[in-house]
Design a protein around this ligand. Structure first.
Ligand SMILES: *[C@@H]1O[C@H](CO)[C@@H](O)[C@H](O)[C@H]1NC(C)=O
Ligand SMILES: *[C@@H]1O[C@H](CO)[C@@H](O)[C@H](O)[C@H]1NC(C)=O
Ligand SMILES: *[C@@H]1O[C@H](CO)[C@@H](O)[C@H](O)[C@H]1NC(C)=O
Ligand SMILES: *[C@@H]1O[C@H](CO)[C@@H](O)[C@H](O)[C@H]1NC(C)=O
Ligand SMILES: CC(=O)N[C@H]1CO[C@H](CO)[C@@H](O)[C@@H]1O
Length: 504
């Protein structure tokens, strides 16, 4: 009965049955506990789980591998990672399921490095047979760490070990590939799937969106509808953000209508966020502001932030100030927001206002987050911080930057100094622009990778428009494909153009 109730998700009832059983003097056996613990784990009931653990100990089942696995699972789901680890470390006979449980527990706690370490330990103990569920957890570790090479290894293990991958595993593979920058590989897995569900479509559509392939995302979406899947609100977030990343205004507006009036889905704050982004990027700032005013729910800080940054791109101080005011009512802790506004004032030469904002930041104890870029070369990851000249190979990088500068000038590149906030001479501004972290990373990449090989860079902040233009020229002059990932999306530079088509 306990098992039956657990499988029907009547979890509290299952626990009460267990209590009845104890009170009625019926002695549990080792088959009782996995179900009782599963109920605790699904309920996230850590305190009850600990009590059941005590019973397990008193009854003498603490050495049973099934009970131990259930304990590891339960502690993992409850977020008690140390307790999970304790049980696991004391196990004499670890089964495949035990490894799955402990890896799953670390995945729940978002301890991604540990997931990968455990997979390594597991295979070094000769446990080569792996469960799909374990690998799904490890795949999400790769996704979070942005490591496509490890992800490819896992894909290899899967292909060698499992004759037919199920739809859940394939969907995690797609998610891993697209988020690690390998869109082509993700598409390959997607197209090869024998069975797709709404999650696979959603993952593929959002993947195409972050890579700026709006038209393709819409194509996959219509394929999904033709296959008879009911689109839900999550898919629409993907579709709308695809339109926004690719500047497809008409399509985006159309989808937003379809969603509300045909699918009867009430827009959430995320849908509005995409629409504000879409209208804002293309310069329809009034329309974006009107949309916010018409919202049936309260706009959050994300929405105002996206309007503010659109106002910065299109230099509209009037709406920008409204956006900033509303934003600061909701959130005063993000230095980037102040800088966006200060930037607009700087562009308009309103240095007094710039100073006011700097003062406000100082009062709120907010410092500008330094921009950094990471680049992988020679199997190592190198970090570059903007304006940081204390790096070991500074001289070679300095020479390279100057060589690049010459070539760029020759091709017609003009530095865009409008983003520099300081009230200093034009020459000084140009000098600062040269040493943005992304440029340092590119210079390093050009020196230390073989000719023609692609460069892949991850950065913490959004790219400035000068770095964007600069990288387009570099991809043309040096014939390199350059992929830049920031917190929101990917930019693929090739032959002088960027996949974002300058909407970003
Ligand atoms: C759940 O437990 C109740 C008793 O509390 C029992 O009547 C019912 O049949 C159980 N449900 C299942 C699906 O086993
Ligand atoms: C696609 O599936 C076929 C057979 O089902 C297989 O031979 C091929 O290697 C798969 N391609 C990819 C990229 O997975
Ligand atoms: C403010 O914004 C930052 C950055 O987006 C976020 O991390 C933080 O949680 C927000 N704070 C509030 C109170 O919403
Ligand atoms: C690069 O772009 C130019 C036009 O901008 C085009 O003529 C040329 O064929 C492109 N080269 C490659 C390799 O795609
Ligand atoms: C059961 C099985 O096929 N196991 C294989 C899984 O993949 C690893 C790594 O390639 C092999 O060593 C195992 O033999």
């Amino acid at each position: 009965m306990i098992r039956g109730n657990v499988s029907k998700m009547k979890l509290e009832e299952a626990l009460l049955l267990y209590v009845d059983m104890i009170e009625g003097g019926v002695e549990p056996d080792k088959f009782t506990y996995p179900f009782v613990l599963k109920a605790c784990s699904l309920l996230g009931a850590c305190d009850e789980g600990i009590q059941v653990h005590a019973h397990v100990f008193k009854m003498g089942f603490e050495g049973d591998v099934f009970v131990q696995n259930s304990l590891v699972n339960m502690y993992g789901k409850c977020g008690a990672i140390n307790c999970a680890r304790n049980v696991f470390d004391k196990m004499d006979d670890k089964s495949v399921a035990s490894w799955s449980s402990i890896i799953g527990a670390h995945a729940c706690a978002e301890m991604w490095h540990e997931c990968l370490m455990l997979l390594g330990e597991m295979s070094s103990e000769g446990r080569c047979r792996v469960e799909e569920s374990t690998l799904v957890n490890v795949l999400s570790a790769c996704t979070h760490l942005g490591s496509p090479n490890l992800g490819k290894c896992i894909h290899g293990i899967l292909l060698r070990n499992i004759s037919e991958l199920n739809v859940v595993v394939e969907t995690s593979l797609i998610d891993m590939y697209v988020k690690c920058g390998c869109l082509e590989k993700g598409l390959c897995v997607f197209e090869n799937m024998s069975e797709k569900n709404i999650f696979s479509y959603t993952v593929m559509i959002s993947g195409l969106a972050i890579h700026g392939h709006g038209k393709e995302a819409l194509k996959v979406f219509s394929e999904m509808v033709e296959e008879g899947f009911e689109p839900d609100h999550v898919v629409f977030v993907g579709v709308l953000s695809a339109c926004s990343h690719a500047g497809l205004v008409d399509e985006g507006l159309q989808c937003f209508k379809t969603m509300q009036f045909e699918q009867k889905i009430n827009p959430t704050v995320q849908h509005y966020g995409c629409m504000v982004d879409l209208l804002g990027r293309i310069g329809m700032l009034k329309e974006a502001y009107e949309l916010i005013k018409s919202m049936s729910i309260k706009p959050n800080d994300v929405i105002w932030r996206s309007l503010l940054s659109a106002c910065k791109v299109h230099l509209n101080l009037e709406i920008g100030e409204i956006a900033a005011e509303n934003l600061f009512l909701l959130n005063q802790s993000n230095p980037g927001d102040y800088l966006v506004l200060a930037n607009m004032y700087a562009k308009m030469q309103k240095w007094d206002d710039v100073a006011k904002i700097r003062k406000k930041m100082a009062e709120n104890n907010l410092a500008q987050t330094p921009g950094f870029s990471l680049i992988e070369a020679k199997r190592k990851v190198y970090k570059f911080v903007s304006q940081d000249r204390s790096i070991p190979q500074w001289n070679t990088i300095y020479d390279m930057i100057h060589q690049m500068q010459w070539q760029l000038k020759f091709e017609g590149y003009i530095p865009d100094t409008s983003q520099i906030l300081l009230d200093v001479e034009e020459e000084e501004k140009k000098e600062r622009l040269k040493y943005h972290s992304q440029k340092l990373a590119i210079a390093f990449g050009l020196i230390h990778t073989s000719e023609g090989s692609p460069l892949s860079i991850t950065r913490n902040l959004r790219m400035c428009s000068d770095c964007h233009t600069y990288t387009k020229y570099i991809s043309l002059i040096y014939e390199r494909e350059i992929t830049i990932r920031d917190r929101h999306r990917f930019h693929h530079f090739k032959n002088g153009t960027c996949s974002c088509k300058d909407y970003w």
